[in-house]
Write a protein of this length. Structure first.
Length: 153
């Protein structure tokens, strides 16, 4: 038996509004729309199958309903601001190696939009960002587990 995909399902009173929100914010394509359900996808790209189980969202934040990894979190953050989206947690570089922010979608879901620091392409630190010395590489250990510090290894 092999898992082929895991799909995030978002309960929404207005499928149209939420579909339009994710399409406008992230440029996702509508690959199916039956009125009562719509499926969005990113231009044929496939991603590893993952699930996260958490007791908190990190840095004292609540566990988000959905996490979306993007290739340019700063651009998505600016787009969210342009669309007057409610930002719940400001754009932040976290000590575990991601740059992220939280927003609320039209269905009220808390969404973590993030990018791994190792994929950022910039020449100077952004205002309020962590210094390069705080960027912690997280080597893989075992089957996809991440070590948070040498003491835990």
């Amino acid at each position: 038996m092999a898992v082929k995909r895991i799909v995030a399902n978002i309960a929404a009173a207005s499928v149209r509004d939420v579909r339009q929100f994710y399409s406008d914010l992230l440029g996702l394509d509508v690959v199916m729309d039956m009125g009562w359900i719509a499926t969005l996808a990113a231009g044929g790209e496939s991603a590893p199958i993952q699930m996260s189980i958490a007791s908190e969202g990190g840095s004292g934040t609540p566990v988000p309903d959905l996490s979306i990894e993007v290739d340019d979190v700063d651009a998505v953050y600016q787009r969210a601001k342009q669309l007057a989206v409610a930002i719940e947690y400001e754009l932040t570089e976290e000590p575990w190696g991601v740059r992220r922010f939280y927003l609320r979608d039209p269905a009220g879901k808390l969404v973590n939009v993030m990018q791994h620091l190792s994929t950022l392409k910039r020449t100077a630190p952004s205002p309020g960002s962590a210094s390069p010395s705080l960027r912690i590489p997280f080597p893989r250990r075992g089957r996809g587990l991440w070590r948070l510090s040498e003491a835990e290894g």
